[in-house]
Design a protein around this ligand. Structure first.
Ligand code: 8DM
Length: 479
């Protein structure tokens, strides 16, 4: 009898090269939030050729889609992402910072791998459904704009995942583990100030500076920071300075705030105080302020029932082995990680996984973290956010990390972009892909686990989910 693992390994041999090519193609054309037209097309074309039923533009987002297969049984939803980050263009496989396109985008969070691993998983599942070895329905969700757009939160608001029984996803990283913790909820909001232009020397008394208002607002928020929960984080970017001329009083200016905390309730409390500060700044400067809600996401709810299956499959498939050339490159990349980045990565692992034996790792000797971090139920929260969180409130959801980069590679950096199209990344992606497939199979073969996962979620949320994006807010592709 062929073992579960042999079955998956044999099947993948037929199409894994295609999957690698898809990931590389998406790496080549990095597209940012809500503008992932070509990336979505690469994936939908592949799915159509494979015989999946494809629906595009779902949830009111042009670059969102679903590819479905199967006609009976529970629905397993695999979530894929394919958005890139601005300003991170980088040559692949290089151990020095060199942009491929000056000022261009780059896959700095590995979403070229994230979205593609799921493709492999559903192609394998389709094969098993065709052979009658598995009964169930599989949906691959193409989810745009994880970075700064919370595409999935919009999709949840529009009911896209209502017929899904369990959702699975993963994220590339520099270690391998179950995503067993929560994440921060957030709101992203624009504050647009309108003043009056004037000659800054001739008639400054006639001018009302919108830029002054932005600066005063930021100062006000800096004073607020001491009086919010320590786990909360407030960031801002000035998105319009009102021009480049110091001799014109700035008639317009805009600042974008990203407000994070453990729960949406905490975010909302901080947000209301920030609105007051903005109004205060407008009052002080005799300008007007418009508050434009951009997007939001909730905190993540891990599902212990599904996480345990994922952990089992992470161990079953096992960490990748690297060839000599890949090891050479890994050692070179290891040298580009600063000691403080390396120790910060170890600290992060330790804080989320207190039992992981990372204390003795020496950077010179260990380019990779060579074990699956032991799984345990956790009450920790990571200091970032993810829109997978909103899916996790309405469908039992599990996610995990696999090693795609050398240990300590920080997310959103050139080093990550450089590694994203190399053997290291491909091996990590195929690893993740097989874990997604095997987890889905386990759930479809044991539907009582799906019921258990649902009961666990119900116990946690008691059905009390409110989508954090107001009804009238639409996805903003121009931000
Ligand atoms: N497994 C991960 C999931 C998300 C992220 C991440 O960096 N997310 C952005 C999302 C920001 C947003 O919600 O717009 C962040 O926290 O800044 C990192 C690892």
């Amino acid at each position: 009898m062929v073992s579960q693992l042999e079955r998956v390994e044999n099947s993948y041999k037929q199409f894994e090269q295609e999957i690698i090519e898809l990931a590389d193609q998406i790496w080549e054309i990095p597209e940012t939030r809500f503008k992932e037209f070509e990336s979505a097309k690469i994936l939908t074309t592949y799915f159509k050729n494979q015989g999946f039923e494809v629906e595009t533009g779902i949830g009111g987002i042009e670059t969102a889609f679903v590819a479905k297969y199967g006609s009976e049984g529970p629905v397993i939803g695999i979530l894929g992402e394919y958005d890139a980050l601005p300003g991170l263009s980088q040559k692949a496989g290089s151990d020095v910072r060199e942009a491929l396109v000056d000022g261009g985008n780059g896959h700095g969070c590995g979403h070229n791998l994230l979205g593609t691993a799921g493709v492999g998983a559903v192609v394998h599942l389709k094969e098993l459904i065709d052979k009658g070895e598995v009964k169930g329905r599989i949906h691959y969700y193409g989810c745009p704009a994880e970075e700064g757009g919370s595409g999935k939160t919009f999709m949840v608001r529009e009911g896209v995942f209502n017929d899904v029984d369990v959702a699975l996803t993963w994220h590339p990283n520099s270690f391998t583990s179950v995503f067993n913790f929560s994440s921060l909820a957030n709101y992203q909001v624009y504050f647009e100030f309108e003043g009056v232009a004037a000659h800054a020397a001739n008639s400054p008394h006639l001018g009302r500076s919108a830029l002054d208002a932005v600066e005063l607002m930021n100062v006000g928020v800096n004073y607020l920071r001491e009086h919010i929960p320590t786990s909360a984080r407030v960031h801002y970017a000035v998105t319009n300075t009102g021009g480049k001329s110091p001799n014109v009083v700035q008639a317009e200016a805009e600042v974008l705030y990203l407000i994070r905390a453990n729960t949406i309730k905490e975010v909302d409390d901080i947000y209301k105080r920030i609105v007051k500060i903005a109004e205060g700044a407008a009052l002080m400067t005799e300008t007007k302020v418009k508050v434009k809600f951009d997007k939001a996401c909730s905190n993540y709810i891990p599902n212990d029932t599904v996480n345990k299956i994922v952990y089992d499959k992470l161990q079953l498939v096992g960490l990748p082995n690297y060839n000599e050339e890949e090891m050479e490159y890994a050692k070179k990349m290891n040298k580009t990680i600063s000691p403080s980045e390396y120790s910060s990565a170890l600290k992060e692992i330790k804080s989320i996984y207190p039992d992981s034996p990372v204390d003795d790792l020496e950077q010179e000797e260990v380019p990779f973290y060579n074990e699956v971090i032991p799984y345990q139920k956790s009450t920790q929260t990571m200091s970032g956010s993810t829109d997978v969180a909103d899916v996790s409130w309405v469908v039992p959801t599990s996610q995990f990390f696999t090693t795609c980069f050398v240990l300590g590679t920080p997310l959103h950096t050139w080093q990550l972009v450089s590694q994203g199209k190399t053997g290291l990344a491909h091996r990590g992606m195929l690893y993740a892909s097989k874990v997604l497939a095997l987890t889905a199979i386990e759930l479809l073969e044991n539907p009582e686990l799906i019921d258990q996962a649902k009961a666990e979620l119900q116990k946690q949320t008691k059905g009390n989910y409110v989508n954090p994006i107001p009804k009238e807010v639409v996805p903003n592709m121009f931000g």
